[in-house]
Write a protein that binds this ligand. Sequence first.
Ligand code: NAD
Length: 487
Amino acid sequence: MTIKRYQSFIGGQYLANQSNKYFNVVNPATNKIIYQVEVADTLIKQKALESARSGFEQWSLMSGIERGRLLLRAVELLRERNDELAQIEVLDTGKPWSEASVVDVASGADAIEFFAGIAPSIEGNQQSLGGDFYYTRREPLGVCAGIGAWNYPLQIACWKAGPAIAAGNSMIFKPSEETPLGALKLAEIFIDAGLPPGVFNVVQGDGEVGAWLSQAPEIAKVSFTGEVGTGRKVMASAAKSLKEVTMELGGKSPLIVFDDADLDNAVSAAMLGNFYTQGEICTNGTRVFVHDDIYDDFVARLLRRIETNIVVGDPMLPETNFGALISKDHQMKVLSCIENGVSEGAKLLCGGKAMSPRTAPDGYFVEPTVFANCGDSMSVVRDEIFGPVMCLLKFSNEEEVVKRANSTDYGLAAGVFTQDITRAHRVIHQMQAGICWINSYGLSPVEMPVGGYKQSGLGRENGIETIKYYTQIKSVYVGMEPLDSPF
Ligand code: NAD
């Protein structure tokens, strides 16, 4: 059987490379190659820059309402093609169809719809200065780069393209080499919707192509989603041409459950915040702090829920709600983090091993895993694992738990469960984290800005706020009187 081979998408069409280099993409649930992708070489990179430049020149001259109208057509196409796109996400990532078919495409479409609506209202202001006056123009930055992670490939592409393009920029997007197809489908949809060729381009490849995008002087901004370590490299490269950066990075977020919490609700949050997308979510609440007085009850309910409600298997089966990890390497990394936890003295309450479910025996699965007796300095408690591994930590008072929850270089997210409204806000206001939930966890509607404190990131995605990160202010002083000069 011949394997389909994809290319980069430049100037409204697929473009072959000259180097003949390509890479394989594997379905993590079957360990089988599903397609191949050509790596962007020197020719593709050059063409991508030319295409994005000419796309920008045309697109930035259109009115906001015209841009918004075309983007809304793309939103319709995304929704019409939901199932086809969701299936691509399942085969590329190993996540369950039960998630991708209702979340991944829909949340991507929501982001483009939201920013399409904002496009016509991007405005400056003016102020009188006596006779003279000044006004401001909120202008696009130019050619922006997007670099994506593999956990929500299409959603990440939409979250970056939506605000960038709505504000009049063009974009060169590089998806993760693990999950390169969703962004290509988005590029096709933008063309089908009538956007000018060159407004959204996709270059394919690994970190080498990402590093090229980060340094290219022709690019005005890079919006990156990935690990903290890679984010540092991207920022250092971007500094050479003083590019704007948005950094959406990793986390090790606290979820705090007080003794007055609705326990079943808190257990739901701990499950969602550790096992949704088999634990491969940046905002996951992997440090679950539970008050001494309810600890035993919480653990009993948690283990019962894991035992009865998690269905592991072929991600395309509708009943599956827990899929395969992205790659063999990642599965090995997660298992080695678990081994470290055991050797550091954490107590395995459930899981901890690779799995071979009957309906997907060759996939890279890891059991839903819960550690008890965790200490704050253990590696399982400090390091991002990005897999289905929950750490339970006991606490006895508010002051102590706030201090321990903040004792990390990360600052992506935090959650608190309590019925005491004053305490809920008091605790959340002290959390050093950019995305916080009270009596909820993990929900990220497009209206709400998201992004990290400390080493979890810079800038924001979603919400009206994000337009600021894809535009620059030009101030124009208008002299109405003869210029007063001592010369
Ligand atoms: P990663 O950092 O390994 O890779 C991310 C992207 O960067 C990929 O496209 C990769 O090809 C590219 N890349 C690699 N080296 C590069 C370099 N030197 N220069 C430029 N680009 C380079 O991350 P990953 O493994 O794909 O994703 C998992 C990580 O992403 C986790 O840490 C997770 O927390 C984080 N994440 C964060 C968010 C958020 O919104 N904060 C969302 C999803 C994932």
